[in-house]
Design a protein around this ligand. Structure first.
Ligand code: ATP
Ligand code: MG
Length: 319
């Protein structure tokens, strides 16, 4: 592993409880944090048997995220409750479930994007290599450098292809040669051959599938450890979708990937583990709260789920 890579990864190493006060995840004083309605909690709330199993598994060094008793509110509305799951290094973890069950809400907790929604409030813990991302000492900007996001609709900047990729490394003060960074990211995103002769042309002139690969290249140019993808193929045709799926398989040797998808075949094809969410009605308020029903290996979720609701969903009887 090159030295700089070693340095970058070493600051992401799992830390023990004693390490947390001196953790290298840029502890920040609460004065330096932007105003936020996030409520960090250190309370170890009770977890169900399966969650306990997952939590014990989470001591393994290949666990990147360990989510414990996560609840997310928008104002007084509890959007999603009791999420317990772990995300493993160099795996693809899929979130599936009907519209409104909280997949995007939960995904946004992994890079503190919910901080940007004024009414959002998070309870519970999202441990990243053992460090709670919602600890008040953690700088959300630092979090987002390590955990990149690709959105449903490709959103290139109205700039050249080159500048889209170079933007992140430039502002983060990368010492590497920008031409090399751009080429490497575009190669990793399987886009280089299609754009190498038009790097200075506008990114807006690319096809939708190319734009989405550009957004993936832009996310990986800043060398994150994790890539979050919220329905990255929903605006793409089957051929572009297949390319992104192949790309995800290639990228997982270097990155850890979380993907929200409505396409169950896609989850079954690409992911190693799957979390199935659903909604339950709150009769008194006539609102619906999302909840995690089952989290397991993708094989188990699709071939032998333990919950009837999962089975109904994956066999198309519901949703
Ligand atoms: N910014 C917000 N403000 C208030 N409520 C929100 C906000 N974003 C989401 N919600 C609510 O939270 C719940 C979960 O929404 P979320 O977008 O996470 O669901 P989802 O599973 O991603 O759905 P979809 O499959 O349609 O994308 C829904 O009831 C939604 O209306
Ligand atoms: Mg969504």
């Amino acid at each position: 592993m090159p030295d700089d890579e070693q340095t970058r990864r070493s600051s992401l190493n799992p830390v023990t409880d004693e390490d947390i006060p001196n953790a290298e995840v840029s502890p920040m004083s609460s004065e330096t944090l932007p105003a936020t309605s996030i409520t960090p909690t250190t309370a170890a709330a009770p977890v169900a048997a399966r969650a306990a199993e997952i939590a014990s598994d989470a001591s393994a060094p290949n666990v990147v995220f360990d989510v414990r008793d996560l609840n997310v509110f928008y104002g007084a509305f509890k959007a999603v409750r009791d999420v317990n799951l772990s995300v493993h290094k160099h795996e693809i973890t899929a979130f599936i479930g009907p519209s409104g069950c909280g997949k995007s809400t939960v995904l946004r907790c992994f890079d503190r994007m919910n901080d940007l929604i004024e009414s959002a409030r998070v309870e519970g813990q999202v441990l990243y290599h053992g460090v709670d991302l919602y600890d008040p000492r953690i700088d959300p900007v630092e979090v987002r450098k390590r955990i990149g996001m690709v959105f449903q609709k490709p959103n290139p900047f109205p700039k050249s292809i080159y500048d889209n990729i170079a933007f992140g490394p430039k502002i983060s003060g990368s010492k590497e040669n920008l031409d090399d960074v751009v080429e490497k990211a575009l190669r990793q995103a399987a886009l280089w051959d299609e754009v190498k002769d038009r790097l200075k042309k506008s990114a807006m002139g690319l096809s939708g599938g190319q734009q989405q690969r550009l957004c993936i290249a832009r996310a990986i140019a800043v060398e994150p450890e994790v890539i979050l993808m919220d329905e990255p193929c929903s605006a793409l045709d089957p051929i572009a979708t297949a390319r992104i799926e192949d790309l995800m398989q290639e990228l997982k040797s270097e990155y850890t990937i979380l993907i929200v998808t409505h396409n169950m075949q896609q989850a079954a094809r690409v992911s190693d583990r799957t979390a199935f969410f659903t909604t339950e009605v709150n009769p008194e308020s006539d609102t619906r709260t999302g909840m995690l029903v089952e989290f397991d290996s993708t094989n188990t979720i699709f071939s032998a789920p333990s919950d009837e609701r999962t089975e109904n969903y994956v066999t198309g009887r519901f949703g």
